[in-house]
Design a protein around this ligand. Structure first.
Ligand SMILES: Cc1cc2nc3c(=O)[nH]c(=O)nc-3n(C[C@H](O)[C@H](O)[C@H](O)COP(=O)(O)OP(=O)(O)OC[C@H]3O[C@@H](n4cnc5c(N)ncnc54)[C@H](O)[C@@H]3O)c2cc1C
Length: 460
């Protein structure tokens, strides 16, 4: 008997519950990935290049035995199961809104084809499956710190041992190598064409970063140094499971800080699983009534997207994103605050741009990262906490190194002067643009709207 293992965002062989579940049914397993046109639409070229690199790495680990099909999974998976005579299809549970709907359609289609064929869900991309950590009264947490305590107290199992079924080779029409070559030929050129992805790279990255956790607490907010793990895309695509990381952590302060960051990812997935609409709408509905997207403000969006706002820290971040598909967390917060509180644009515009460009683009972390900054989400920073992009730059990039790396027009400005080119006689010599808005004025206007929406008087 043959069984089917359908890979989605769990592109690894180690610590893989689906392999164990498939093996429990049969030793003969078909490893398949379905190229779903609906998911293709939302990812920009960078993320699609990343995915092809990750699939290529998985195919290599499988000695060329990965199958790639294309089309609506609710049609493709039952058809494959029927052709192969498979009695079960194994997947890792997806708690996102699209994934959940897709999987119930696939399960229903399988049952319609043959009531004896089942869709088995095992494991999840999280240490603890979203929807599991609950308050004593059974409701979901809306605030991170108590979630974190309950999440730690609940705990997670250790990583699973490796298991190796007999992977069946694909027919030529479904061979991954050819499918990936054709897929890549369709993609526009991108710096991500040369990205290195996959489980082996993820594990190497974790091993080489692990000793640096000793400095994580002090360096994690500094975009000018390599102080974070850069594991986000690997986690996003399941090339490494968070359990593997957590299993290596101790109670040392740096390890503890890192565990908290992993828990933010779990928290946001939990919130999204409980409130699927929060992917696109504000959890705090009143926030939407504050009057966003005046056409004059919307006209400023392209400058933000292109890193041409005249605020060096914002522009450096946006250019880093376009060039690499990644942006430092501190800078994500700065550019997000700027879009919402300086440009007065709805967070959805920023979230969509991020999802298009980030290799680690993840609906839960992204939508809720944006809402945290906007002040419309769970456990949100209060709306009136507005990041000053210059002060943030001077604090977290004190020598201007990060800004000069991504904004070459400022390369001639020494040290922290790169954060305030308008104060320097030669500030515009490299062709750097003027500021598109006045931060102090825009902040005051944002706060005025906030207080008006809440019916409270303005503070002095
Ligand atoms: C507006 C905004 C949008 C974001 N969008 C995404 C996104 O689409 N995908 C994504 O993975 N992260 C997102 N983040 C969270 C965070 O910026 C990235 O996870 C982090 O920068 C990745 O770099 P790293 O792997 O070096 O992080 P590290 O500091 O090494 O952290 C380790 C891991 O913990 C998780 N993590 C860390 N911080 C956060 C956080 N604040 N929220 C959720 N998970 C976290 C990530 O999986 C990360 O890889 C967003 C943050 C903001 C403010």
């Amino acid at each position: 008997m043959t069984t089917l293992l359908w890979f989605r965002r769990d592109l690894r062989l180690g610590d893989q519950p689906t392999i164990h579940a498939a093996l429990a049914q049969s030793d003969r397993v078909v490893a398949v990935f379905v190229r779903d046109p609906r998911l293709d639409e939302v990812a920009g070229p960078g993320r699609r290049w990343y995915l092809t690199a990750s699939l290529s790495a998985l195919n290599e680990q499988l000695d060329g035995r990965l199958w790639i099909a294309a089309g609506d999974p609710a049609a493709v998976i039952p058809e494959l199961a029927r052709t192969l005579g498979a009695r079960s299809v194994h997947i890792c549970r997806d708690s996102g809104p699209y994934g959940r709907d897709r999987d119930s359609l696939v399960a229903a289609a399988l049952r319609r084809g043959d009531p004896a064929v089942t869709l088995h869900q095992s494991g999840s991309p999280y240490a603890i499956e979203p929807g599991t950590v609950r308050k004593p009264d059974g409701t979901a947490y809306r605030v991170f710190t108590p979630f974190y305590r309950a999440w730690c107290a609940l705990g997670w199992p250790p990583p699973l041992p490796s298991a190796t079924p007999t992977w069946l080779p694909p027919p030529p029409a479904l061979a991954a190598a050819a499918a990936l070559t054709a897929w890549r030929a369709e993609l526009p050129p991108s710096p991500a064409a040369h990205v290195v992805a996959g489980e082996v790279t993820a594990i190497e990255r974790w091993r080489s970063f692990r000793p640096a956790l000793v400095d994580y607490r002090t360096l994690r907010d500094r975009p000018d140094v390599n102080g974070t793990s850069r594991l986000s895309a690997h986690l996003r695509w399941g090339e490494i499971h968070p359990r593997t990381l957590l299993d290596d952590l101790t109670t040392a302060p740096g390890d503890e800080a890192f565990r908290r960051e992993i828990a933010w990812r779990e928290f946001y997935a939990d919130v999204l699983a409980g409130s699927p609409d929060s992917a696109r709408t504000s959890l705090a509905r009143g926030w939407d009534g504050m009057g966003w997207d005046d056409p004059r403000d919307l006209a400023l969006l392209p400058a933000w997207q292109a890193g041409q706002t005249g605020y060096p820290m914002v522009d450096a971040g946006m250019r880093q994103l376009s060039a690499t598909g990644w942006m430092h967390n501190r800078v994500r917060m700065i550019v997000a605050s700027f879009l919402v509180k300086d440009l007065h644009l709805h967070w959805r515009h920023g979230a969509a741009w991020f999802m298009h460009h980030l290799h680690d683009g993840d609906l839960a972390s992204n939508s809720h990262g944006w809402q945290w900054v906007a002040g419309s989400g769970t456990d949100a920073a209060p709306y009136y906490r507005v990041f000053n992009p210059v002060r943030q730059g001077l604090t977290f990039d004190p020598d201007g190194e990060y800004v000069r790396t991504w904004v070459p027009e400022l390369a001639h400005l020494p040290g922290p002067a790169a954060h305030e080119p308008w104060r320097h006689p030669a500030g515009a010599a490299g062709g750097y643009p003027e500021r598109i808005v006045d931060h102090a004025q825009r902040r005051a206007l944002a706060l005025a709207r906030y207080h008006a929406a809440r019916g409270r008087p303005l503070p002095d």
